[in-house]
Structures are given as structure tokens and as C-alpha cells.
Design a protein around this ligand. Sequence first.
Ligand code: NAP
Length: 243
Amino acid sequence: MIFIKTVLITGASRGIGAKTAQAFAEEGYSVIINYNKSEKQAKALADELSKKYNTNCAPYKCDVSDSRAVAEMFEKVGFVDALVNNAGISEQKLFTDITDDDWRKMTAVNLDGVFYCCREALKGMIKRKSGSIINISSMWGEVGASCEVHYSASKSAVIGLTKALAKETALSNIRVNCIAPGVIATDMMKGFDEKTLKALAEETPLQRLGAPEDVANTAVFLASERAGFITGQVISVNGGFVI
Ligand code: NAP
């Protein structure tokens, strides 16, 4: 009998999440494509991947910063073999200009969302004594970015959450890892002009910006049996930007 694995990817309507959905579908997974606002893209992606890879891909609307909505999503979806916490927002601002609302919004999506999704996914994983969680942090969560203090803080917290949770769930045969991407060419980088993007590519030792696929392939590897002895780790996919 063939067991089809299921992965839930948050923020999979666009960017890194969408390419991660594609990479898992290619491996034969059923993919839950979580989205918040980009309904058209999420639905189109689910249709495209279901047809192309002959697998079951479904869109699911849920704001990951809403604890109740997340609980409802996991009740409906049921057991997931893998969870990729990818949904995230960013903002560039001087630290002294960050308002209470900016701070709360940033941590609500980037950190609370990871907490809520891990908590719900783990209910099934602990029962089955299997599962893999991959949290998408950032290299700025490792080393900090000027004018992105709230973003950096939320992404550092995701690294701390990953390490502590990996220790707590290892006895249940659940692995929890983190990916810390460098500069990846997605909508998130749209606020930067051409000159800045060129400078960022030049500052990257591998002399290019990352592609969403670079992160997606790492997520698929971490969810696989080939990564069966890897837990609590931060895998930097950054072209050497931070070493
Ligand atoms: P992106 O292109 O802006 O896409 C963000 C995704 O997150 C979208 O699918 C969006 O869905 C979803 N999202 C945002 N708020 C959400 C919410 N409240 N609930 C559910 N989904 C939500 O960004 P990206 O570059 O692919 O980034 C993906 C992850 O990688 C983020 O966690 C980001 O911090 C991290 N990262 C990115 C870079 C980079 O250079 N791009 C570098 C390091 C780390 P909707 O459009 O449907 O709302």
C-alpha cells in the first residue's frame, strides 16, 4: 500500500511558499496551500499543481495570526506529516519610528503564527509519533538587520522556538528545524530599487540573489527521511551572505 504524505505550508500563495508547495507536490505529497489575501493565486496554484503532479493540492484561507482560525484549519485538515511555517511579513523602519501596532502586527504574523500552527499540528504528530516541522526564519534573525529590528526580533524568536521545541518533541520522533534564507527574489523584496538589489547580489559571495526554489528544495530535504538525524538546526540558505 502507498501512503500519501500531507504537508501544510503557510503563506503558500506566493513567493517562497508557492515554490515550496510545488517542490512538495513534485515529491507526491498532498499539499494544503494556506493563504490569507491572495485567493486567486492560491486557487490557481492548487489547480495547476494537482494537475501537473497528479496529486491532491487544496487552498485554505486562514490568517495565521488568528489563533482560533488556525485551530479550525487544523481541525478541518486533520493530520499533517509535515508543516512549513513560511507565512511572514516584513517592514523597513527606523527603530524609533516603530509603533506599538507595527510591533504587534510583525510579531503576530511572524511569531504567534508559528506558535499557533506548531501547537495545532503537534496534536496529531505526537499521537502518531512522527512528523517534521520546518520554520522559515531569516538570516536577519541570526545577525540582525538595521531598520528591521521588529522583523529581526520576530525571526530570532522563531530560531529560539525551533531549538526548544526540537528538544521537547524529539522523544515523540518529531523533528523541528529552521531555514534562515538570505536575500530571495520575491514580492517581499519589491520595496527595494534595482540599485539596492544589485548591491545585495554583489554583497552575496555567490554573486546572486536567492531563488524561492533554493529555499523550497531545502524544506523538502528537511521533511524527508534523508534528514532523519537532523533536528533543532538552523540551515542557512543565503549564498554565503552570513557565515
Ligand atoms: P512574500 O512573497 O511577500 O509572500 C508572503 C506570503 O505570506 C504570502 O503567501 C502571504 O499570503 C503570506 N502571508 C502573509 N501574512 C499572512 C497571514 N497573516 N496569514 C497567512 N499567510 C500570510 O514573501 P516571501 O519572500 O515568499 O517570504 C516567505 C517567508 O520567507 C517569510 O516568512 C519571510 O520572512 C521569509 N524570508 C524571506 C526572505 C526574502 O528575501 N524574500 C528572506 C528571509 C526570509 P497572502 O498574499 O495570501 O496574504
